[in-house]
Design a protein around this ligand. Structure first.
Ligand SMILES: NC(=O)c1ccc[n+]([C@@H]2O[C@H](COP(=O)([O-])OP(=O)(O)OC[C@H]3O[C@@H](n4cnc5c(N)ncnc54)[C@H](O)[C@@H]3O)[C@@H](O)[C@H]2O)c1
Length: 356
């Protein structure tokens, strides 16, 4: 396997997430190259390509996929387009890094996971918190040092001040032309949009740390334009969990988790993602009676996720990011949360089908 060359990446979508994360991250990655950029909105494509010059631009996705020099595609388009666009890439023989959530319904994600498995290509889902080195450290510590997990809780509370923060942190985002977006206005359904867009991070994190969620019971409070989901979870190993998604709290961004094990515990506080600051993680082990606190100096989760993706493709390194099964598991839990809210009951995740 060649460890010296760079993966030739084509990015589909020159919108907000591409401009705020993937373009710079691909250019900075030690083992990737921004080879192609594709957007149907040609004014936007030109403006973004001027700031982040790729080798080639395409207004037509099929044309980008027909380019044999494109080895992998980052699918950075609206949630409803993730599965169809990722499937096309797989059919064209390209590896895929698809933004989170993997899709908007269980069946389409099953179809994509099946296609990816049959193809032998790498499919990764963009829940980039897995590439926070301190969160990865916490996961390892949980697996290796604290024995069986009794319980965990995790919270992801967006801030009403988020745009003041992101405006200060992100580059100027170019707009223009007529971006291709799903029919209707899917973001108008806040409940569904927040589950897909934000709970996807929370659920992936919980499963990354503590394994598969097999049952959920959800409650939702909605007042003055704010939403709070409290979800009781049951993990495959019998641990229990509590997930809190609140959109949005009247204070700073508030995110973190606690995990309690037989021989130790982990507590973590994560920051607004655009600070690119690794989470503060403290891991306590009864074996040495000490807290362990990694620095995590490099918190560029977007660059690190592309490097991990490229490592898997170029060198066969184990997949550090969320794979197809992880992405599907998240969408199934999100759909289960919806079913639990519909029926007011506990829901077994395994049997859940349909849309989130
Ligand atoms: N990882 C994160 O934390 C994070 C943060 C923000 C957004 N996202 C995700 O990123 C995704 C994209 O969000 P966004 O705000 O950048 O969207 P956007 O709609 O602003 O940008 C998508 C761009 O893709 C183009 N496009 C769509 N379909 C196309 C096609 N078939 N051919 C050519 N061009 C096409 C559109 O013209 C548009 O310019 C969403 O799924 C969102 O959930 C992830």
């Amino acid at each position: 396997m060649n460890q010296d060359r760079r993966l030739r990446v084509g990015i589909l979508g020159a919108g907000q997430i591409a401009q705020a994360a993937h373009l710079e991250a691909t250019r900075k990655a030690r083992n990737a190259e921004l080879y192609a950029l594709c957007d149907a909105a040609e004014d936007l494509l030109d403006a973004v390509a001027a700031a982040h010059p790729p080798q080639v631009t395409y207004a037509d996705y099929d044309a980008m996929l027909a380019d044999p020099r494109v080895e992998a595609v980052i699918v950075a388009v609206a949630d409803q387009f993730h599965v169809p666009m990722a499937l096309k890439a797989i059919e064209a023989g390209k590896h895929v890094l698809v933004e989170k959530p993997m899709g908007v319904g269980v069946e389409e994600c099953e179809a994509l996971a099946g296609a990816a498995a049959r193809s032998g290509l790498v499919l990764q889902v963009g829940t980039m918190r897995r590439f926070d080195p301190n969160i990865a450290h916490a996961r390892e510590f949980i697996a290796e040092r604290i024995g069986g997990v009794l319980a965990m809780r995790a919270w992801y509370c967006d801030s009403t001040y988020r745009y003041e923060m992101t405006d200060a942190l992100q580059p100027l985002i170019a707009a223009g032309g007529a971006p291709r977006r799903p029919a209707g206005d899917p973001k108008a359904d806040r409940r569904r949009y927040y589950l897909l867009g934000h709970a996807s991070h929370l659920v992936d994190l919980a499963q990354f740390l503590c394994g598969e969620i097999v049952g959920v019971r959800a409650q939702l409070a909605e007042k003055y334009g704010a939403f709070s989901w409290f979800v009781s979870t049951e993990f495959a190993d019998g641990a229990i969990g509590h997930l809190d998604l609140t959109m949005a709290v009247r204070m700073d961004w508030f995110e973190g988790f606690h995990v309690y094990g037989e021989h130790g515990s982990v507590v973590a506080r994560a920051f607004q993602p655009w600070y690119l600051r690794s989470a503060e993680v403290e891991c306590f082990a009864t074996a040495d009676g000490a807290y362990h606190r990694p620095l995590g100096a490099d918190g560029h989760v977007f660059r690190r996720q592309i490097e991990g993706f490229a490592d898997t493709i170029l060198t066969g390194a184990p997949q550090a990011g969320a794979g197809a099964r992880d992405g599907l598991a998240v969408v199934r839990v999100l759909a289960a949360i919806g079913r639990s809210l519909d029926g007011g009951d506990a829901v077994e995740v395994a049997g859940v089908t349909g849309a989130v």
